[in-house]
Design a protein around this ligand. Structure first.
Ligand code: MN
Length: 436
């Protein structure tokens, strides 16, 4: 886990005024990376860092840096973050410190602000791109609450499967269908077996759902055959995003036995464009989830004192919805669910240790999904909110929902707050459902 350093000082302010607004997701203590281009330009993507409502071009900023920070900035002249992700903690820390010093108020007296001002783009004028070449995507199921709820819905007499508390469960998913926030998602068609029907039919998904998750980007990979030890796991994590793992529940329900999700999951994933680094999350670390007294003892490869003491991360996630009717009426999106990543049964480090325990190799830019983040009272999926379609909920304006309708927009947000720290945000992951 990264220690606190000068870049986390809550007293730091930036000469980019909008970064000092109390409600901004991107104060100088955050400095998340993304890939952007001028909206409508169709040009190549550039690596930028978010500061307030602006983006600083990291390659342009490199000209004003020296030493290790300049070297690390030099890894950002491509169209993805993969080279920076591969470089590891030393490079990441040097670049973060270099950017913090260039952007802070009261920084070096000769801070070349005129040159840097010319390297700023308004986020409103930018088009964000998928920030990494995501080679592989694996999706976990790390929330005990979500796993128990999904189990109760499918197996009321036996909600939690016997393996759950022994190892983090996941499936190997798909990276080709990732879209960045703002990319619309088309309702999939597929084979479903309606309740009571004798045989399946092919039709548009009638139970379209979201899953609110935290995405974890892999930094340096590991060699095949060389598992990553739990206490080294976070050296292999670059940062996080908000992830919507779209799910077609009716397609999933018919196809998933015995090999797991396929068509029900592979049609789209939406990610927030900014990657908040593990270093930026340092003020928001918490103990790992406290396992109940009767839970099985962890095997040694999934247990360590460091993980128990500070393996958690207090990222708060929220999901909001707006229907086409609400948007036409000017009604703001309605909050549907809110939950916290720190309450997950398995930590980020345990997901990495489990993924590589077999010797499986991770590569820079791979993405690990946490699984739906649900609290006891507030859920990260409509499967739970509607209890598999058996309960409706009402949107402002009176429309009722169980699952998503065409024209619905799903908006997920993440942020972190802690005593003695500046609030930081993960930004937004937003997408509208289009008809099939
Ligand atoms: Mn998922």
């Amino acid at each position: 886990m990264t220690n606190l350093n000068e870049t986390h000082d809550p007293a730091l302010t930036s000469w980019v005024e909008s970064a000092n607004a109390p409600e901004t997701d991107f104060p100088i203590q955050n400095l998340p990376y993304g890939v952007y281009r001028k909206a409508g330009s169709g040009g190549p993507g550039r690596v930028g860092v978010a500061i307030g409502d602006r983006i600083l071009d990291v390659t342009a900023a490199a000209a004003e840096m020296s030493g290790a920070a300049k070297d690390a900035a030099g890894l950002c002249n491509g169209e993805t973050l993969n080279e920076l992700m591969a470089a590891g903690n030393g490079a990441w820390s040097a670049l973060r410190a270099g950017l913090s010093r260039l952007l802070r108020e009261g920084g070096p007296a000769d801070a070349p602000r005129d040159a840097l001002r010319g390297a700023l783009t308004a986020q409103a004028d930018a088009e964000m791109l998928v920030p990494a070449n995501i080679g592989d995507f694996s999706d976990f199921w790390a929330s005990l609450v979500h796993a128990t709820n999904a189990g109760k819905i499918n197996r009321p007499d036996n909600p939690l499967l016997p393996n759950y508390k022994h190892l983090p469960i996941a499936y190997h998913a798909r990276s080709s269908s990732f879209g960045v926030s703002g990319t619309a998602v088309r309702r999939p068609e597929g084979q479903v077996k309606p309740p009571g029907a004798d045989s399946p039919v092919f039709r548009p998904c009638a139970r379209l759902d979201y899953e609110m998750e935290l995405g974890l980007y892999v930094g340096p990979g590991n060699d095949i055959g060389s598992p990553i030890a739990l206490d080294d796991a976070e050296k292999h994590l670059f940062g996080v995003c908000v992830l919507n793992d779209w799910s077609a529940r009716d397609i999933q329900a018919w196809e998933y036995v015995p090999l797991g999700p396929f068509q029900g999951k592979n049609f789209a994933n939406t990610i927030s464009p900014w990657v908040v680094t593990m270093e930026a999350l340092a003020p928001f670390r918490t103990p790992a989830y406290e396992r109940a007294a009767g839970d099985p003892a962890l095997m040694p490869y999934l247990a360590s004192d460091a993980n128990a003491a500070a393996g958690g991360i207090d990222v708060r996630l929220e999901v909001l919805m707006s229907s086409a009717k609400m948007r036409a009426a000017g009604t703001p999106p309605a909050l549907i669910g809110a939950s916290r990543f720190k309450d997950m049964y398995w930590t980020a480090a345990q997901l990495v240790a489990q993924h590589t325990a077999s010797g499986c190799n991770l590569r820079p830019g791979d993405l690990l999904g946490s699984g739906t983040v649900s609290d006891e009272e507030s859920f990260g999926s409509l499967l739970e909110t509607s209890w598999a379609g058996s309960r409706t909920f009402t949107l402002p304006g009176g429309e009722e929902r169980t699952f998503l309708e065409d024209g619905d927009e799903v908006i997920m947000r993440g942020y972190c707050e802690a005593d003695g720290a500046r609030r930081i945000g993960l930004g937004e992951c937003r997408a509208e459902v289009l008809p099939s």
